[in-house]
Structure formats: C-alpha cells, structure tokens
Design a protein around this ligand. Structure first.
Ligand code: GTP
Ligand code: PEP
Length: 208
C-alpha cells in the first residue's frame, strides 16, 4: 500500500519548549528544524511512502522542507495540533481521494526508513492503527486506511486515547527509531545513541 504522510510542525520559535531551561542553553529553533528535516528526509526514503505533506505556519520551515521534497499545507487558523492534522489529512484526500494516510511527528531525528516501512505495513492490516512513543504515553504515528477518517486525538496521554478510539495499537519490536520522539535533553541523548540523521548530527556535534 502507498502512504501519504502528514507531518505537523509548530512555528520554530515556539517549538521544543521542553528543551528550554536545561543546564546549557539549546538552540531550540535550529534543533526543531534539524529534527523535522531529518524526519521528513527519512520518511521520503521509505519505499511505501508516496508523499509527505507538512502542515505548518512557519514560512522558513515550509521552504526548507519543500526543498527536500515535501509538499506543504498552510496551518488552519486557531486550531492546535489535532486540527492541523485533520486539515492535513483532508488536503491529502483532496489530492488522493483513496489514499492511506498516516501522521508522523516531526521530532523523530533517528527515524530509519526500513523501520517506518515495517510500521506502515503493519498499519495497512487495520482500518486505523497507531504506534506509541518511546515513553509509552504519547503517539508518534496514527494511520488510517483508504476510506477511513483519521480522527486524531494527540496531546498528553494520546496512547490511551487512540486505543480507546478503536485504533489498533501496533506492537512491533525493533521499531525504536519510529517511537523515539525528542522532547527533552535525555530524549536527545537517546536519539543520538540510536543514530540521527545528518542535520541533527551536525548540529549536535557543534553543541558538544
Ligand atoms: N502544525 C502544527 N503542529 C503542531 C502543533 N502543536 C504541535 N505540533 C507538532 O506536533 C508534534 C508534537 O508536538 P509537541 O511535542 O506537542 O510540541 P513540540 O514543539 O515538539 O515540543 P514542546 O514545545 O516541548 O511541547 C511536533 O511535530 C510539533 O511540531 C500545532 O499547533 N500545529
Ligand atoms: C503530542 C504528543 O506528543 P509529545 O509527547 O511530543 O507531546 C502526543 O504524543 O500526543
């Protein structure tokens, strides 16, 4: 099955607020952009991904992500993350009416295309499916097969919410790179240990 991915991205100046207040000042905007570029580049290299739509109100991020092959959808007014994702899914279905669609967080800098492919192949067996994040509380990917509404319920304890919504939890092992979102400095260290994409690696090296 060919997938369209919807990747949400906050304005860079507001993103990654949990990387603030650490012992050393972190360039949060630059990190958020590096994570998004590495996430989207890896997703575009996955054999079952047809295209990646990034929903963002950030012009610089939109331009840089378009330059590596994503298409961009303007942020809908006043909605927050779930509204942005639902809007992105509608834009995908306007372009590809019978498409399978999956959301993918923009903060997965260790993402490996083969692991994403395994998760999407598993998701293809269910009307809706999701993958819990590494912490076991949130969600990094929510998928809806052709003809099924995405019905995103992200933010906070979204693993539980997605399970309660009837989406099937994907319980594959060996897909850590798809689960490892980076919210904190400890998450960043774990992602660096897994192996991150080139933009995050270069930025992390310059901070070391
Ligand atoms: N387009 C869009 N993306 C969002 C919005 N809120 C969060 N995101 C994205 O959703 C994903 C998960 O976001 P969060 O973990 O809540 O936010 P974050 O900026 O990554 O980190 P914090 O500021 O520390 O919460 C990331 O890809 C964010 O960029 C929103 O209102 N609009
Ligand atoms: C918004 C979510 O992610 P995070 O853990 O990055 O806040 C979520 O998992 O629903």
């Amino acid at each position: 099955m060919a997938w369209s991915l919807v990747v949400p991205l906050k304005p860079l100046a507001l993103a990654k607020s949990r990387l603030a207040g650490t012992a050393r000042p972190m360039p949060r905007s630059a990190l958020a952009l590096a994570f998004a570029l590495d996430t989207v580049a890896a997703a575009l290299s996955c054999g079952v991904v047809r295209d990646v739509a990034v929903v963002t109100g950030d012009e610089r991020a939109a331009a840089e992500l378009a330059a590596i092959g994503a298409w961009t959808v303007a942020e809908p007014p006043g909605g927050g993350l779930n509204a942005a994702l639902a809007h992105g899914a509608r834009a995908v279905r306007a372009r590809w009416p019978h498409s399978a669609v999956a959301t993918l967080n923009a903060d997965l800098p260790a993402l490996r295309p083969a692991e994403l492919g395994r998760v999407l192949d598993c998701a293809a067996e269910f009307p809706r499916a999701f993958l819990a994040d590494a912490a076991g509380i949130g969600t990094t990917l929510l998928a809806a097969g052709p003809g099924n509404a995405l019905a995103p319920a992200f933010e906070g304890r979204s693993r539980q919410r997605h399970r309660a919504s009837g989406a099937r939890e994907i319980e594959l092992s060996g897909v850590e790179s798809v689960r490892q979102d980076v919210d904190t400095e400890a998450d960043l260290r774990t992602a660096l240990d897994l192996g991150v994409g080139p933009r995050t690696a270069a930025l992390a090296a310059s901070l070391a």
